[in-house]
Ligand binder design. Structure first.
Ligand code: CU
Length: 126
């Protein structure tokens, strides 16, 4: 007698392969309050993507677009936008001056799904 084997359905969920696959290097810079922070944008990353600011106050952020698409940089705190540059074409740069309080801010590009694709980071004001 032959035993009936129920074939196993092999469901390979590609979506389950996430985690640890990031190839984005993390670079941290430290800047002083009242200083200038220069960030380079590409598809799809910011460099640096970890920023520590020593002291609250005005910070000038210069974004250089070294990519092939329009990008911007915005800061969010607790999900609320606190300002940033407009989106602009590759090859250019824009700056914005923000008055920052101590705390943690998210850096992100608000164009399309760029933040989801990796254009994000963290800025901490101490
Ligand atoms: Cu972008």
């Amino acid at each position: 007698m032959r035993r009936l084997a129920v074939p196993c359905a092999l469901l390979l969920a590609a979506a389950g392969c996430g985690g640890g696959g990031s190839t984005q290097p993390t670079r941290t810079v430290t800047t002083d309050a009242g200083g200038t922070l220069t960030v380079t944008a590409r598809e799809y990353s910011f460099d640096p993507n970890r920023v520590e600011v020593s002291g609250a106050g005005a910070l000038k952020i210069v974004l250089r677009n070294d990519g092939d698409l329009a990008h911007n940089i915005h800061l969010e705190r607790d999900g609320e936008d606190v300002g940033g540059t407009p989106s602009f074409a590759p090859g250019g740069s824009r700056s914005v001056r923000l008055d920052l309080q101590p705390g943690t801010y998210e850096l992100l590009c608000t164009v399309g799904d760029h933040a989801e694709l990796g254009m994000k980071g963290k800025l901490t004001v101490k």
